[in-house]
Each structure stands twice: as structure tokens, then as C-alpha cells.
Ligand binder design. Structure first.
Ligand SMILES: *Cc1c(COP(=O)(O)O)cnc(C)c1O
Length: 494
């Protein structure tokens, strides 16, 4: 299986090379030449552990990794860092199933892929005789940063540099990042938003002069963002796992379609679900939930993707995104795997800030449903579900739950549905507690943590305990146009 760039049909690489490079040339993304078909039955999958399921899925995509290499990566990734041996438990609340993807080291779903990416990357470097140190350059809307830092801290032969929007993340998210230990870690707040951070990082990736300077100093870049195929592939696993567990528990029959609802920002998580569906997993609707930055809702409704709009800071900051990078992989596919056509649309996005797809392309989006939830609807969802069931969800998951409610009302579709639950409520304690009762609004963060423990009867996670008293180790703040010089300074390049 080879990977091809969404912007250049001639750029083809192996899986391990795609993982190493992160991004293709000219800003293209690597996609598998064709999506493989799942070659194991649900009957067998339903008795498999998470790790065994991961192997069955990942071996189909990462074909130049040996069985031993892949199993090693999986074993090191999905271990006691997770607070449950199920890794991704399914929780049944009312008539919906929440796939809790936040039981890893940094309590957001990014851990599902970022626990394994460092291992995939180090293995890829060895396989491809890379001599340089690898510099992981990452833009984060809050959760990727910490999960990548945790994954790469003190990993030999790597440096990790994270840029986050200084005023665009939750207090807990920020504290998690700026207290990160590890001599190879660098965390920088930028005076700008996530899209500016992501654009700055992408520019550095495609700057050939910078690449030469890096090479001369013994470095090369790679990416821990969801543009790296090494992030996308591990995310397919939990949809397969969830389906098999739904069958095992008797919630659905083998072969019966299951809808998925995904709170979406950069379009990585829902794209993984789309890949799972294309592998033959019986997924019905792919329900794409946005917050007030509803650029994807408008895209599904009109066929025009238009980022020319106000950037809104919401209480689901990991979805405050106007340029959903991974959508490019879908666009490429519905354009008939046509790099030329995709390239034209992406150029229009870059130059004019929007593009419109053709009618034929739109017809291929029929398995998607898009909608969005306002701040009010999101907070109401948290409060109502808590009052009715005692279950407390985070703001991102609540966006998904609120959109699912709209979907049900609009369509009357009662197919069994799994909501991707992407963060622990502890990561967004301030908003979650204020949603439950306004009286909490003025209390200090860690007091709210203790209140949340009382209400939810879920123990405060280790990830929160360890930042209560941790010292701040990263203080750098820069302007958007200083990102490159900050990187050079960290690496000691003149
Ligand atoms: C990253 C993130 C999302 C959005 O996921 P994408 O793959 O970027 O669409 C949603 N919720 C949380 C908590 C996240 O960290």
C-alpha cells in the first residue's frame, strides 16, 4: 500500500515515509491509494481486546511495518497510561452510547493516536535510516499540544515544539502544557488564533530554505497534527472496536448500521469514521457536529466552504477552527482522487478564502449530516443530561449530543448511535460547572475540580492531580510572524 499526495499524483511514498514526513510537498496531505477492506469478521472482532483490534486495522494501512514492529508500537501505546483496560469504554446513557475516548494520559481523545505516534515515528526513522533528529512541530487548539508533549517528552532523537493560541485555550489546558517536563519540549503561546498557528506551522513545513538550514544543523521536521497519517490510522481503530462491542453487548445485530456523531474541528476524527465505513464497517450516518464556528455545517448545507467569517471563541475551544485541514482528504476523494482538481480548490481557499464543489461531488456526501450547536444549546445539554441521569459530559461532547438531538428531531432516524466523547469534563471544569449551575462561575479552578468530583462521583484524574501544584516551565509568548525565529532559536540555528 502506497500513499499519494492530495496535491500531486506523482508524489508516492510508503506508509513509514508518510508518517515521517507528516505533510506532503506543496502543503498536500498523504492519503492511502485505496482504502483497504476489513478482513476479519465482527464475530471475531467482538472478543478482541483494544490492542488486538488495533493490530487488525493498522496492519492494513501500515503495510511496510513488520508484524513485530507494529505489535510493539501498539503494546507500548495502549498500556497503563490508560486508566481502564478497555481503553475506550462505551457508556449507555438513555438511548445513546458514549464512546469515551478520554481515558489516556492527558484526558482528551488526542491520546488515542498520540500515544502511538511517537512509536510509529521512531520505528519509521529506523526503517528509513534517518540520521537527523526529528523536530515535531505542532499547532494546537488545546488538546493535541499536551497529548503530543506527553508522547514525545524525553524520546531520544526528537524535539517537540508546540504553538498554542495564548487566549484561546481553557485554563486547565494551558496549565497542562506550560508545566510539561522534558528537556526536549518547547511550548509557545502565540498572540493569535489556532488557524494562524496552524498556517504558520504549515508554512515552515513547506519552506525549502528552512529545510536546508535544518538539514545542515542535523534536524528535520515532522508533524503530530492530524494531517499526519500516523494520527488518522489509529483513530479508525476505535470505531471498529465500538461496533464490535455494540454487537457483543446485544445493542445491535451483526450487520445492523450504527450512526456516529463526532464533535468536529479539524475533521480528523470524523474522517477516521468515514474511512472505517469505507473499510466495510456498517456505519450509517456520519453526523458532523460543529460549535458556533459552523463552517462545516454551511459546507454540507451549501457545497461552499467559506472561511471568511468571524472567528468565535467558544467553551469548546478544541473545535474553534475555521480551516478544517483534514477535509482536504475528503475533497480529494470526492473529486475522484484527482490531485489537480483538489489543488485548484485548495488554491482558491488560500487565495480567496473559499471554494465551491461541483454537484457530482456533493452527491457523494450523502452519508454525512452536518449541524451545529450554539453556546446556549451546548450548556443546556450538559445541565439536562446531568439532571436527568447524573452523567456529566464535557463541552465538546455536549456539542455532539445537542446536534444529535437536532438530527433525531429532523429525521426521525432511530438507528443506534454512538457519540464520540472526546474529553473528560475535568479538562473543561470551569465551563462544565457553570453550565450545571451559575453559582459556580466565580470559584477558583481547583475548587471547581473538587466540586465536580462530588457531583459526578468520578475520581479526579491523575492528569489533573499532577498539575495542581506543578511549576510553570514554559513562558515564551510570540507574535504570529515570529514563529519561525522562535523555532530557530530553540534549535540553536542562526
Ligand atoms: C481535537 C478535538 C476535537 C476535534 O477533533 P478533530 O479531529 O480536530 O475534528 C473535538 N473535541 C476535543 C475534546 C478535541 O480535543
Amino acid at each position: 500500500m502506497l500513499y499519494v499526495s492530495t496535491r500531486n499524483a506523482d508524489e508516492k511514498v510508503t506508509a513509514s515515509q508518510a508518517v515521517l514526513k507528516g505533510l506532503a510537498e506543496n502543503g498536500g496531505l498523504f492519503v492511502p491509494e485505496q482504502i483497504p477492506v476489513l478482513d476479519v469478521t465482527v464475530e471475531r472482532l467482538k472478543d478482541m481486546s483494544y490492542q488486538e483490534t488495533a493490530y487488525e486495522v493498522m496492519k492494513l494501512f501500515l503495510t511496510d511495518y513488520t508484524e513485530e514492529e507494529l505489535k510493539n508500537c501498539i503494546r507500548k501505546a495502549y498500556d497503563e497510561k490508560f486508566d481502564t483496560s478497555e481503553i475506550a469504554p462505551l457508556v449507555n446513557i438513555q438511548d445513546t452510547y458514549y464512546l469515551e475516548l478520554f481515558h489516556g494520559a492527558t484526558i482528551a481523545f488526542k491520546d488515542m493516536a498520540l500515544s502511538i505516534l511517537p512509536h510509529l515515528l521512531i520505528t519509521a526513522a529506523r526503517k528509513n535510516q534517518v540520521k537527523n533528529d526529528i523536530v515535531i512541530l505542532t499547532a494546537t487548539s488545546g488538546d493535541t499540544g499536551k497529548a503530543a508533549l506527553a508522547g514525545f517528552a524525553d524520546v531520544e532523537g526528537t524535539r517537540i515544539i508546540v504553538f498554542y493560541p495564548k487566549d484561546g485555550v481553557s485554563p486547565i489546558q494551558q496549565k497542562q502544557m506550560v508545566t510539561q517536563k522534558g528537556a526536549n519540549t518547547f511550548v509557545v503561546g502565540i498572540n493569535g488564533n489556532f488557524d494562524q498557528a496552524q498556517t504558520g506551522v504549515k508554512q515552515m513545513f513547506s519552506d525549502s530554505d528552512l529545510a536546508k538550514e535544518m538539514e545542515a544543523a542535523g534536524y528535520q521536521f515532522s508533524s503530530a497534527n492530524s494531517i499526519n497519517i500516523g494520527r488518522l490510522v489509529p483513530q479508525i481503530v476505535y470505531y471498529v472496536y465500538a461496533y464490535a462491542k455494540m454487537v457483543k453487548s446485544g445493542a445491535i445485530e451483526d450487520g445492523e448500521p450504527m450512526n456516529v456523531v463526532v464533535p468536529t474541528g479539524n475533521f480528523g476524527n470524523i474522517l477516521a469514521a468515514f474511512y472505517a465505513k469505507n473499510m466495510g464497517l456498517p456505519i450509517g450516518k456520519l453526523i458532523c457536529a460543529s460549535n458556533e464556528n459552523k463552517v462545516l455545517y454551511d459546507f454540507f448545507a451549501t457545497g461552499t466552504y467559506d472561511k471568511n467569517r468571524e472567528f468565535i471563541l467558544t467553551s469548546s475551544p478544541s473545535m474553534d477552527i475555521l480551516i478544517s485541514s483534514n477535509l482536504e482528504r475528503l475533497i480529494y476523494r470526492i473529486a475522484g482522487n484527482n490531485a489537480q482538481k483538489n489543488q485548484e480548490l485548495m488554491r482558491s481557499l488560500q487565495e480567496a478564502g473559499y471554494y465551491t464543489i461541483t454537484e457530482e461531488m456533493r452527491e457523494q456526501l450523502s452519508s454525512f449530516y452536518g449541524n451545529y450547536a450554539s453556546e446556549d444549546e451546548t450548556w443546556t445539554m450538559i445541565r439536562e443530561i446531568y439532571q436527568e441521569t447524573g452523567y456529566i459530559m464535557d463541552t465538546h461532547t455536549a456539542v455532539a449530543a445537542a446536534v444529535y438531538k437536532k438530527y433525531r428531531t429532523e429525521t426521525g432516524d432511530i438507528a443506534k448511535t454512538v457519540i464520540a466523547s472526546t474529553a473528560s469534563p475535568y479538562k473543561f471544569t470551569r465551563s462544565v460547572m457553570a453550565a450545571i449551575d451559575e453559582k459556580y462561575s466565580s470559584r477558583p479552578d481547583f475548587e471547581l475540580v473538587d466540586e465536580l468530583e462530588k457531583l459526578s462521583k468520578v475520581k479526579v484524574p491523575q492528569a489533573i492531580e499532577e498539575i495542581r501544584t506543578a511549576p510553570v516551565l514554559h513562558q515564551t509568548v510570540c507574535e504570529v510572524n515570529e514563529m519561525q525565529s522562535v523555532v530557530k532559536k530553540f534549535l540553536g540555528i542562526k
